[in-house]
Ligand binder design. Structure first.
Ligand code: DC
Length: 234
């Protein structure tokens, strides 16, 4: 694979509805880097648990996940079957926090995530990784850690727009309740809870549109010298 413009790992963490996925994909495209959506992995294992009714740790150990790391072409296969759309549905969204709180599930997925990151770094040179524990657990030595935030209202508005666009109907109130419920569960679990790494740069996206967030992150990438050949814009 051809080398992209980014050198190293950009860890992008934060609660749901901050625009993290769209921002991470756009950032990776702009940098011609790889992209890894770790939430999709927790969602796919959750789907497998819901289907089989099995013990989450055993399911995580026995299912085969294959993910594309191309930001322009996101596909996830569960035991060879494309589940990219199904993992975004309400059943998975409702159950994913419980499954992702199981320490053994996290151990297995973190190991897979580290190996995907290492192979993309070896082939493309850089990767944007999004999740909840990338800067704290998966890649504590990441060259850049970003923690995206936004007000709960803004996050619920964004989530319900995404749901509507995907043909799922939900009121903003119901989405707000769901966003707050998942944040509570994701932030209070015992194993690698959602939290900002001490050395992460916090970016509040409440008042920013998508191009604004991406531009801000690109400026931080360049200030850190992670895109060789680019002038530092201070
Ligand atoms: O980013 P998302 O909404 O697709 O993530 C789905 C769930 O997976 C989220 O509620 C928390 C969990 N998750 C996690 O625990 N650790 C990660 N690195 C990524 C996601």
């Amino acid at each position: 694979m051809e080398q992209g413009d980014l050198r190293g790992v950009v860890a992008l963490d934060g609660p749901s509805g901050t625009g993290k996925s769209t921002v991470a994909r756009r950032l990776a495209s702009a940098l011609k880097s790889g992209y890894l959506d770790t939430g999709a992995m927790y969602r796919a294992v959750t789907l497998a648990v819901l289907r089989s009714g099995g013990d989450p740790a055993a399911v995580a150990a026995s299912t085969r996940l294959e993910l594309s790391t191309d930001p322009a072409d996101q596909v996830i296969l569960l035991d060879g079957r494309d589940v990219s759309a199904e993992i975004r549905g309400p059943e998975v969204t409702l159950a994913v926090s419980a499954v992702s709180a199981v320490p053994e599930v996290r151990r297995i997925l973190v190991q897979q995530q580290r190996s995907i990151i290492a192979s993309v770094i070896a082939s493309v040179g850089g990767i944007v990784v999004e999740g909840r524990d990338i800067g704290t657990v998966v890649s504590p030595d990441a060259e850049l850690k970003i923690y995206l935030t936004a007000s709960a209202d803004a996050r619920a508005q964004r989530r319900s727009r995404q749901d509507l666009a995907a043909g799922r109907t939900a009121t903003v109130e119901a989405t707000l309740a769901d966003v707050e419920r998942r944040d509570r569960l994701d932030s209070t679990r015992a194993t690698s809870p959602l939290r900002k790494a001490d050395d992460a740069v916090e970016v509040d996206t409440t008042e920013l549109d998508l191009p604004g967030v991406v531009a801000e992150l690109l400026a931080i990438v360049d200030n850190r010298g992670l895109r060789p050949g680019r002038a530092v814009t201070r």
